[in-house]
Every structure is written in C-alpha cells, then in structure tokens.
Design a binder for this molecule. Structure first.
Ligand SMILES: Cc1ncc(COP(=O)(O)O)c(C=O)c1O
Length: 444
C-alpha cells in the first residue's frame, strides 16, 4: 500500500476526527516513517522531531530492540484476559517497582494516562473515603470524563458539568506572579492558600490531591523543592493521598527517572504512560504504595479494563525501559539538558520576545511576550483565530524548515527524544533562533 500524501490526508480528513481542533481547515501532517530523532512525511520531507511526537517517544523512533520484543511477544501470546497472569505483566510490574522511588510497588496497568488518572482517584476514594479531589488550573490529566474534570485548562470546558468534588489549588507559576515577592515567598503563599482550601473543603472529605510533578502542556512549570515538600507535608498532615501525574514528565524526561526525585518527594500513587513504552504501543500505569496495595488484600478492587496489562504492550514497555538503562538515557537527558539549557538561555538574551525559558532535563519551553517588563503574552491565554497570528507565523516557519514541535498560545516547546545528539539539537536551535527573529518584530 503506498498512497500519495494528498490521498492519506484526504482519507484521514474524510473518515476520521482529529483531536482538539475544528476539522474544516485543519491539515494534518501525513507521517510515514521515523528513525532516531527524525520522521519523514509520505512525500519524503524530513522533520527533526523536537517534541518526541507528544512528549512521549523518549528513546527515539524505530529502535529495533523494542520492535523485536514486540514481534517476539506477538508470536508467542498476543492477548490474555486481564484476570490472567502473564510473564510480561509480572516482569514489567517488578521493573516499575524497581525504578520508581520509595515504596511504590504494585501496578494497575491501563491503556494510557487518562485511565491511569481515572483509576488513581477511584482507588483514593475507595481506600481513604471522601469524594473530593484537589487539582490545579494549569494541569492536564487526560481526555476521559474524570481525568477531564481534573484537568484545569480549557480542554475541560466542553466536558462540563463534570464529576463533582474537584477543587482547585494554586499553581506554583512564579513567572506569572503579580506581587513583588521572591520565589520562595511565592511558593510559601501557594502552600498557605492550599492549606486554607483543605480547611474550607474539610480534610476528611478530601481523598486525594493530584498534580503533574512538573507541569507539561500548560507550560513546563517547575516547582521549588520547598513547594513539593510542603505539598507532601500537607497531605501527610491532613491524611490526603498525593497522586503525582508523571505521564509526561516521567521516564527520564527531566533528567531523573521520575521528576519527583528532583524534590525528594514520594507520592502515594504515581501515574505514567507515554515514556513507559516510549509510545511504541499504548500503555498506562497507576502504581500504588505498599500500604494502598495492602488495602486490597481483603477488599475488592472495583476497577478493570479488557486490555489491562496487555501482553504485547507490557513486552514493549520492558524493552523500552531496558533501552533506557542500556543506553544510559536518563543520565544522557540530564547531560544534554544542561547543554540545551545553556543554548536556550543564550537565545533568551538575544531575543527580546522571549519572556522566559524554563528547562529541566529535556523538558523545556519558550514563553513569548510583547514586552518583558509588562510580560504581556504574545498571544493571550486560550488564544485562537486572529489572536494566534504571530504564533502561527512561527509555527509555519518551523514547519517550512522541517522542525516539528508543539506551539501553544504564546509558547513553544523543545522536548526532543532523550537520545538526540548535540548536532541535532544545534540544528533545531538554529531554526528556533530564526523563528524568534519573527517574534522580535512584534515586541513593543
Ligand atoms: C500529564 C498528562 N497526564 C495525562 C495525560 C493523558 O494521557 P493519555 O493521552 O495517554 O490518556 C497526558 C497526555 O498528554 C498528560 O500529558
């Protein structure tokens, strides 16, 4: 089968619906094949993948070690019902327990991140009691009913009214703080307000607090160590489970296996997907502490999915994790992250349109502004249509020059595969440099 690029686009548009977009004028990229840090469209154009597709192909594209593990498992056993024990499910469970911090031990495997979060809050409610969940505005937790309710950004709106009992706590987003206070004071104030909200909602009614350890699509918001430890302290003080969503920031992305290791904080449950298989196959996981797991020794776990613990997906995850170990990709992400951060800081000094760059490992963002003093964003929150004119020019420049990344409102991301080389990083950053010249024209 070899359809033309135009035909691929036509069939996709005529017979499928695309996520988070008005369908009419949307032109999807017809992706054909991929290797390492690059992919090619059906008409042969090469793109440097500066977003690991959806911040998820952490080991890079087309790794034979994972492909072969998938093929081997497929030939042996493609699917077993989720009540059965299989070798890949057990081996992966043990591997996840080994690489996650503290006493996180037992995995509940799902199909992706949304279901991992759905099940995490369900487990919290079953074990702790109480129906309320604390979450943040600048957070994304998935596209299913409850994970949408946990999500704070506008993707939630169409799913409302959503599940009851979700209450918002402040975001540790210092760049957008309006008061003349230090970062430490700001983070402490976030904690103070969070504690107030716990009291207002009633600690006994709150089952869990959920947050992305480092916020992904809502802006690579990196909390301070004191903030994260303060959150852990509040959860312990008030008997609330802490769920850390590491769907995007886990699996080496930040230069540690899991982002919470930067802050020496261990959650009661951690959710993951994306980097778990490096997206070679769909798989998510809600891994719970030994204490939570032991509750279910004599209580029914009211949760289940036909494809839970899918043998082939589990085999893909084992192979992807082993690639990360064999190729030292976590250490590499830390090392390349230091290099990338220095280069990005240089671009910030050169271009007045860059209000802020935030980076941790290979998880980075440029936030663009019209003016560094007023910090007025180059496109407003939830921008669309004409408001996105400048950002769309930047997006087009990236596209014309074969750089793939994610442009959202007044920001764009640099989240390449952890296996990317310095040469490839510099190749992409040279394109970013030129794109920022366009943005500079609109600085006032
Ligand atoms: C932090 C976070 N949580 C949850 C999800 C949802 O995962 P999935 O799309 O695999 O259901 C995402 C997806 O982007 C995510 O970034």
């Amino acid at each position: 089968m070899s359809l033309s690029a135009q035909e691929v686009i036509r069939l996709n548009k005529e017979y499928t619906l695309f996520e988070w977009n008005p369908q009419g004028n949307y032109i999807p990229l017809p992706i054909d094949h991929a290797k390492g840090s690059c992919f090619w469209t059906t008409d042969g154009k090469r793109y440097l993948d500066f977003n690991s597709q959806l911040m998820s192909v952490n080991i890079g594209h087309g790794d034979e070690r994972v492909n072969n593990a998938i093929k081997t498992q497929l030939d042996k056993l493609n699917f077993a019902n989720p009540y059965a024990a299989t070798e890949p499910r057990g081996v992966l469970g043990e591997l996840v327990a080994k690489i996650t911090p503290g006493n996180l031990k037992k995995s509940f495997f799902t199909l992706g991140g949304s279901e991992a979060n759905e099940n995490a809050i369900k487990i919290a409610k079953m074990v702790k009691g109480g129906h309320k969940i604390l979450a943040r505005y600048r957070g994304y937790h998935g596209g299913t009913a409850a994970s949408m309710a946990l999500t704070g950004d506008p993707r939630r709106w169409a799913a409302e009214p959503s599940i009851p009992g979700v209450h918002r706590i402040p975001d540790p987003y210092y760049y957008r703080c309006r008061l003349p206070i230090s970062e430490a004071e700001f983070m402490q104030e976030c904690l103070n307000q969070t504690e107030d909200i716990i009291k207002f909602e009633g600690a006994k009614n709150i089952a869990a607090m959920i947050m992305e350890t480092v916020v992904g699509t809502n802006g690579i918001i990196i909390p301070s160590k004191e903030y994260m430890q303060g959150i852990r302290y509040l959860c312990d003080k008030y008997g609330i489970f802490l769920i850390l969503d590491e769907v995007m920031c886990g699996f080496g992305r930040t230069g540690k296996w899991f982002a919470c290791e930067h802050f020496d904080v261990v959650p009661d449950m951690m959710t993951m997907a994306k980097g778990l298989t490096s997206s070679y196959l769909p798989l998510g996981d809600c891994v719970v502490s030994e204490e939570i797991a032991s509750y279910f020794d004599d209580h029914v776990l009211y949760a289940g999915l036909t494809y839970g613990g899918h043998a082939v997906s589990c085999a893909a995850a084992i192979a992807a994790i082993n690639v990360m170990i064999e190729d030292n990709l976590v250490e590499r992400a830390a090392e390349m992250g230091t290099f990338l951060a220095a280069e990005e800081d240089k671009l910030k000094s050169k271009h007045p349109s860059v209000g802020d760059v935030r980076h941790i490992g290979l998880f980075t963002i440029f936030e663009l502004v019209k003016n560094r003093t007023t910090k007025e964003p180059l496109a407003p929150y939830n921008a669309s249509g004409k408001e996105m004119e400048v950002m769309n020019m930047i997006k087009k420049f990236f596209n014309d020059n074969g750089l793939f990344t994610f442009v959202r409102w007044n920001s764009f991301f640099v989240n390449p595969p952890l296996s990317i080389s310095k040469e490839e990083l510099l190749e992409g950053l040279a394109i970013v440099d030129q794109a920022l010249d366009i943005a500079d024209e609109f600085v006032i």
